[in-house]
Write a protein that binds this ligand. Structure first.
Ligand code: SAH
Ligand code: SF4
Length: 396
């Protein structure tokens, strides 16, 4: 499908709100220090120590009020309160699946809502899937987010806030190194992280800091549809794990499924992947492959996949397609997914099928948002009908 590329809407109402108190959550350590100095709260000499103190309250204890910072003087707490905020954005929907998956719809500002999904422990690691943009400019044909226009990039504050909210909900404060539920962060929610690399990189600096949330860079995976020129920068700036949404083994099919492939074809993508820093058997690239019935799921394609990845330290995630209303594809039959997985397994890649999680709560990328919009639209229509009926009775 040759869908038009949507452009960034930079109208004022869609920008991060610039009035009101400034969120401290999401600032990197140097940014926090600079903010304290530039707002005249501390002098240069004490800035580092103060920033460290605040950092611990924010990311170790998860406080949401300055008054909880008991070793900070009352005067400074009042000054902080006047300029900054620790408030969390509002959760507009929260759903918990029978399998423990939790999905949040979070309202960052008026008309700016994103999804965050917690996928509970698989082999002692639970992952939080965060969004990096509201909507997406790319139009991958199997992806529901791709049908939603890009509203804007999320700020680092808004990305980190997703982690804070999930940890509030899971009762994970103060930070402990044992019994954590969120052990990994995956940038696989709404949006293309490499089109928002500055904020993604800042958010990783904050989340990975070992005196705070402490989810390390090796436990952080950034997924891209293949923005080739940004892959080296991602590696240098974040040192995070790389995931590639591959979905096809030849350019003809990938052009159709992931239209960005027309700009950055598979050969160029593979070159950028091979050059990603520190790749080894303990730091492998994850290749995501969505299983679409009769489209990309033949055994010949499984063999082509193995051939394409030879020589790259790789993991393969076969993702059963999660259908959405009016989606143009079906998920491959389970037997076919298993046969495909067998070929991949025999080539030395272990346990590649990602079990569908949270289907009962619309856990696929971009779905809770549209579902809740639908519910809200039908609720609105019901209220409108009631109001009409009421005014009709009061007029008569
Ligand atoms: N934009 C980035 C990250 C977000 S999408 C990217 O494309 O990699 C995260 C993953 O979910 C991608 O691998 C994407 O291909 C996959 N995905 C999107 N819609 C899906 C669906 N309906 N069913 C299964 N996987 C889907
Ligand atoms: Fe955007 Fe990723 Fe969805 Fe493609 S798969 S439309 S890049 S969010």
């Amino acid at each position: 499908m040759n869908a038009p590329v949507k452009s960034l809407d930079l109208s004022f109402s869609n920008r991060p709100e610039t009035t009101g108190p400034i969120p401290l959550v999401g600032m990197t350590r140097p940014q926090l220090r600079d903010a304290l100095v530039s707002h005249g709260l501390v002098d240069e000499k004490k800035a580092k120590m103060r920033a460290e103190q605040l950092w611990r309250w924010i990311y170790h204890y998860g406080v949401t009020e300055f008054d909880q910072m008991t070793n900070v003087s009352k005067g400074l707490r009042q000054q902080l309160e006047a300029k900054f905020t620790l408030a969390r954005p509002e959760i507009t929907e929260r759903r918990v699946s029978v399998d423990g998956t939790r999905k949040y719809l979070i309202r960052m500002a008026s008309g700016v809502e994103v999804e965050t999904v917690f996928i509970p422990a698989v082999a002692r690691s639970g992952a939080l899937c965060v969004s990096s943009q509201v909507g997406c400019t790319l139009n991958c044909t199997f992806c529901h987010t791709g049908t939603q226009p890009l509203v804007r990039n999320l700020t680092s504050a808004e990305i980190v806030a997703q982690v804070m909210i999930a940890r509030d909900d899971l009762g994970e404060w103060p930070t402990s190194n044992e019994d954590r539920q969120i052990t990994n962060i995956v940038y696989m929610g709404m949006g293309e992280p490499l089109y928002n690399l500055d904020h993604v990189s800042d958010s990783i600096d904050v989340i990975s800091d070992h005196e705070g949330i402490g989810i390390g860079r090796r436990r952080t995976t950034v997924s891209t549809s293949g923005v080739v020129p940004k892959i080296p920068e991602l590696g240098e700036r974040t040192r995070s794990m790389l995931a590639i949404s591959l979905h096809a083994t030849n350019d003809e099919l990938r052009n159709e499924l992931v239209p960005l492939n027309k700009k950055y074809p598979i050969a160029e993508l593979m070159d950028a992947i091979r050059a990603y820093p520190d790749l080894s058997n303990s730091k492998r690239v994850t290749f995501e492959y969505v299983m679409l019935k009769g489209v990309n799921d033949s055994l010949a394609e499984a063999r082509a996949l193995v051939k394409l990845l030879s020589g790259v330290p790789a993991k393969i995630n076969l993702i059963p397609f999660n259908p959405w209303p009016d989606s143009p594809y079906e998920c491959s039959d389970w037997d076919q997914i298993e046969a495909f997985a067998d070929v991949v397994n025999r080539a030395g890649y272990a346990s590649p099928i990602r079990t569908p999680r949270g289907r009962d709560i619309f856990a696929a990328c971009g779905q809770l948002k549209s579902e809740s919009q639908k519910i809200r639209a039908s609720e609105r229509r019901r209220l409108e009908r009631e109001a009409e009926a009421q005014s009709a009775t009061s007029e008569s």
